[in-house]
Design a protein around this ligand. Structure first.
Ligand SMILES: Cc1cc2nc3c(=O)[nH]c(=O)nc-3n(C[C@H](O)[C@H](O)[C@H](O)COP(=O)(O)O)c2cc1C
Length: 167
């Protein structure tokens, strides 16, 4: 699958809007992810409003990609009420986030994952900013849009990290 090998984090975008269909495809890819016990703990908040995105960057110091011409910020949310295996939620939500990144490449868009999970203060501030219900947490943000930068993805394959049958 070439998208995996062509994907790079894009942090500068042209400012062109993404179509509703493109955003829908990103979300459909996210929701196609595997999840533990098929619990599908995700919900998504799609934000195009620049003022709101600006406010998020005041919470998250490494999220400036959202202000660099990104068409959209997609916030991957954890719906606590959907959890059957809470300890697996981060893995489920990461799979959904990665699917968005790969679908973005497939659509000719670029994207970058902006980590929130693990930073309690960022998650709490984002929850407040977006006025999320008590049971909904921000897991990650993804800035996506038309890329205004390009570089060739480097292979990361290292044969010495692979162990067959016995370590
Ligand atoms: C969990 C996670 C959190 C990340 N957080 C940020 C972030 O806050 N800001 C950012 O610009 N990039 C962030 N990234 C993107 C990484 O910096 C990037 O994937 C890494 O440098 C490898 O580069 P590549 O994506 O171009 O292959 C994050 C990636 C992951 C998986």
């Amino acid at each position: 699958m070439q998208e995996i090998f062509h994907r790079i984090s894009i942090r500068r975008f042209t400012g062109q809007k993404a179509s509703g269909e493109q955003i829908q495809k990103l979300l459909a890819a996210a929701m196609q992810a595997p999840s533990a016990y098929n619990q599908q703990p995700w919900e998504f908040l799609v934000v195009e409003d620049k003022v709101l995105l600006q406010k998020f960057t005041e919470i998250h110091p490494y999220a400036t990609a959202l202000l660099s011409g990104a068409a959209v910020g997609i916030f991957v949310l954890c719906a606590q009420n959907r959890l059957k295996l809470p300890e697996m939620a981060a893995q489920d939500l990461s799979a959904a986030a990665e699917n968005i990144l790969l679908e973005a490449v497939h659509l000719g868009l670029g994207a970058v994952w902006l980590g929130v999970n693990g930073h309690a203060e960022r998650a709490a501030a984002a929850k407040k900013l977006f006025a999320l219900p008590e049971n909904i947490e921000v897991f990650a943000a993804i800035a996506a849009g038309y890329p205004a930068e390009s570089r060739k993805a480097q292979s990361r394959y290292e044969a010495n990290r692979v162990h067959f049958e016995k370590y």
